[in-house]
Every structure is written in structure tokens, then in C-alpha cells.
Design a protein around this ligand. Structure first.
Ligand SMILES: [Zn+2]
Length: 458
């Protein structure tokens, strides 16, 4: 039996004999809502993660977060040899609110319950189940050979669900400590349930308000209608000029330059996102495929709009209208020019009355790894050989995540292997992790670590 076979056998026994379910239950039982200050989130490190990692030969350090809004970090490392390659990983132990009242009758957020082929509980998918799978995969390798054959560093935070306050600064201040050859972590959904997905970055996002403020208060629409400008109509026309009626962006400077033939080819191999509801093929950039529209292109949307008193409309012309808008963008977008280009575009189209107010101090940057990166080929090959499946390779997620901390601040190749799926109800009641995904993920991560252990070079 090869080392890999032994490690995978160890992992499958652990899973099939109930060890995985039992141990994950203990993690799910810890209430770690980061939006709820009454919980002491440090306990998840102290009582759960640190004992587990210490037993695996890791040195663990709870470290300060300089952001007052968030909780401490946990840094753990197992350094076997300074000449070995080093992998950095990341996980978040915090969860969103439990929403206890809204779960199905036989389910409750902080008790792991097995039902219909899934483990239910808050954090099973986002992110406790995912980082736990990786720790246990690593443990299977350690159990059969007492060494990894590489160095492994783990960064944990307890504030991801409130926007990872302090994470970027922590990475900037601890570059030496976090130094590695590659970043490999797990969060977010796979594209399809059956097949592992790799993604290497995320779209960025910038939020801003557009407002038209013409006068104080509202004025009688009978007495003044026809002789007073209506801010809602002006704002609506301004927004309607930014895209056409199917959402195609009209501002040329907002478009990306990165949808190359190579990226098009990679995206063409992906199945369509399994959202669980009907998508709109007649929306977005007409000449692009649906995958290209969401993963390879930029999209503009209106998050909220208000004028007058929507709950108690008066027969009056409002003095004010406001819309909160967002541009999601891929790499290859001139981010610094997004707001100036919008200002120029609105002025050129006669909308000088529309004010732009940037609501984000730091927009989420877009990231994506070079698709020819050797680490990417190594990981993809390993996952394909252990699962016998063609991996879904996604250059970047459509959504955003703090990947720039690792890709830009630490300058690492970033590879994400998500162990969940789009219908897992993360961030809503009935969050769950399908057992088939958990088991397959544990085995293929174990194989990946065994491949890293025995490979000479990546
Ligand atoms: Zn989340």
C-alpha cells in the first residue's frame, strides 16, 4: 500500500465509523456569532481548535487584532524543516446569527443533526465544516507517517461574517510569520455538488450612492407639478443611462480587459451555476455566455432606491431621491477610474444634478491567479486523480472575499477548494453540509496532502 492509500484509508475509516460527525458536532455546538457580542468567541480557539492542533504537533498562538470591532486571530504552525515547502491556510470560526426560530421544526442551529443525507447546523458549511475537513485530512497523513513532509501554517479569524476587520492589517504586519509558498484554503460553494471546484480569486465590489437633492421638503404636485423638477425622474434617467434595458453597461471605462481567449475557454468548460432557482438568460452582456457574464465580466446593480415616503405616499413632488448602487468587477478593471469615469459620463449626458457619494472607503479588490501557475496545475491534477472526475476550474468567484490579503499583501498563489454547494443555506436557516460532499472532500484533501508530501517539486 502506498503512503497515499494508507492515509486515505485512515480518513475513510474515521469518517465511516462516525468520528467525523461526532467531532464536527462539538464544533457546531459552540456559539460563535460574530454579529452578537455576547459570545466569547475566543473559546472556540481555546476549547476546540488549539487542543486539536496541539495534539497534531502545531505551535498555537492567539494574536491581537488591532481593529477594535473584531476578535483575536489564531496563528498555528508546524514547521518540520526550513527547506521544505510551506503551505498557508485560512479558516473562520465565526458564524452568522443562528436565526433559531426559523429552522425546520426538527432542526436547531447549534446541534448537529443528520437528516436526508446532510449534516445540519450553523457553521456546517460556512466555515467550520470546511476548515475541519482540511484539519482532519492533514491529521490522516500525520497518523500514518508521523510527519507531513512540508510545513503548514494556519491563520484563523473570528470576524469574517462582519467583513474581516483587521485581517488585511494583520497580514501586512506579519508578512514574515505568514511567509509561505502557496495558499490553499476552503470556503464558499462548489459549482456542482458532485465534483470538486477550484477557484483562485474573486470579483471585487464597489458601492456608491447616487442622489439628487433639489430642495428642502416636498411640494404639492397639483400646484407645482409641471414647473418643479422631479428628483426621482432625473435619478431614474441617470441610472437608466448607465446600462441599457437588459443591464449591459454603457460606460466604456468600466469594462474589463481580462476576458482573454484562455479565460473564455476555461469558462466554457464549466456547468451553469446550480442556483436552485431560474436564471435570466436574456439579462446581461448579450454576446457573452452566462458563465462569462458572472465570472468574467463586470455587472452594475441598484441595491436600494428611495424618494418621498414609500410607506405613506403624499401628493407631492419630493425634493430628494437616492439610490445605493454597486459595481462588481473582475481583474483588468481600472478601479481608480470607476468613480471619475462615472462622474464624467453623467456630466456628458446632462446629469450634473446627480451627486456621487462613495460609501466604501476601501472597495473589495478583484483577484485571480495566473491560469498557468504551477501550483494550480499540481492541485488540479491531484484532485482529478483522486476523484477520477474533471475538476471545475473557476478563475474567480462572482462574489467577493478577502483574498487580496493573501494574493496581494502576502503575494501568494491562492487556491480555494470549496467543500460546500450553492444550496447549502449558509447565512439562512437550515444550513447544511451534504455528507457525500464532506466525505469526498476529506478523501481528496487527504490525497492532496499525501501528494504534497511525496512530490519533489511543484
Ligand atoms: Zn459566511
Amino acid at each position: 500500500m502506498t503512503l497515499k492509500d494508507k492515509a486515505v484509508q485512515h480518513a475513510s475509516h474515521y469518517f465511516d465509523e462516525g468520528g467525523f460527525k461526532k467531532d464536527l458536532s462539538e464544533l457546531i455546538a459552540v456559539k460563535t456569532e460574530s454579529q452578537n457580542q455576547k459570545y466569547n468567541l475566543k473559546n472556540y480557539y481555546k476549547n476546540n481548535i488549539i487542543p486539536m492542533l496541539t495534539e497534531m504537533g502545531f505551535k498555537c498562538n492567539i494574536m491581537k487584532n488591532s481593529s477594535p470591532e473584531s476578535n483575536v486571530f489564531l496563528f498555528a504552525e508546524r514547521i518540520e524543516n526550513h527547506n521544505f515547502k510551506t503551505i498557508l491556510t485560512y479558516g473562520h470560526g465565526d458564524v452568522v446569527l443562528g436565526q433559531d426560530e426559523s429552522w425546520e421544526d426538527d432542526l436547531t442551529p447549534y446541534k448537529l443533526i443528520e437528516k436526508d443525507g446532510s449534516f445540519y447546523g450553523r457553521g456546517t458549511a460556512d466555515n467550520k465544516g470546511q476548515h475541519f475537513i482540511n484539519i482532519k485530512a492533514l491529521n490522516s497523513l500525520l497518523s500514518v507517517q508521523n510527519k507531513l513532509g512540508f510545513n503548514y501554517k494556519i491563520l484563523f479569524e473570528m470576524g469574517e461574517e462582519i467583513g474581516s476587520p483587521g485581517l488585511k492589517l494583520f497580514c501586512e504586519k506579519n508578512k514574515e510569520k505568514l511567509k509561505a509558498d502557496v495558499f490553499i484554503a476552503s470556503d464558499g460553494p462548489r459549482i456542482s455538488q458532485k465534483t470538486p471546484t477550484i477557484f483562485t480569486g474573486s470579483r471585487g465590489g464597489i458601492n456608491f450612492d447616487l442622489s439628487v437633492s433639489l430642495r428642502d421638503g416636498a411640494h404639492h404636485s397639483g400646484n407645482f407639478g409641471g414647473i418643479l423638477k422631479d428628483p426621482s425622474i432625473i435619478l431614474s434617467h441617470a441610472i437608466a443611462s448607465i446600462t441599457d434595458a437588459r443591464g449591459q453597461i454603457n460606460i466604456k471605462d468600466w469594462l474589463p480587459t481580462s476576458l482573454t481567449p484562455k479565460i473564455k475557454q476555461i469558462l466554457s468548460e464549466l456547468p451553469l451555476v446550480d442556483a436552485g432557482f431560474k436564471l435570466d438568460p436574456d439579462w446581461g452582456q448579450i454576446e457573452l455566455t452566462m458563465s462569462e457574464r458572472v465570472f468574467g465580466w463586470n455587472s452594475f446593480c441598484v441595491l436600494a432606491m428611495i424618494s418621498g415616503e414609500p410607506n405613506a405616499p403624499l401628493n407631492a413632488i419630493s425634493g430628494y431621491a437616492k439610490a445605493t448602487c454597486q459595481l462588481r468587477f473582475v481583474v483588468g478593471t481600472d478601479v481608480k477610474n470607476i468613480i471619475p469615469a462615472l462622474r464624467k459620463y453623467l456630466d456628458d449626458h446632462g446629469f450634473e444634478d446627480v451627486d456621487i457619494h462613495k460609501t466604501d472607503m476601501n472597495p473589495f479588490p478583484a483577484t485571480r491567479l495566473d491560469m498557468n501557475d504551477p501550483w494550480l496545475s499540481f492541485v488540479k491534477k491531484s484532485l482529478e486523480s483522486s476523484t477520477n472526475l474533471k475538476i471545475d476550474l473557476l478563475p474567480n468567484l462572482g462574489g467577493s472575499l478577502p483574498n487580496d490579503c493573501f494574493a496581494e499583501v502576502l503575494n501568494l498563489p491562492t487556491i480555494w477548494i470549496p467543500h460546500s454547494y450553492a444550496g447549502c443555506s449558509q447565512h439562512s436557516p437550515n444550513e447544511h453540509l451534504p455528507i457525500a460532499i464532506a466525505r469526498q472532500a476529506l478523501l481528496c484533501m487527504t490525497s492532496l496532502f499525501a501528494d504534497l508530501s511525496t512530490s519533489e517539486k511543484v
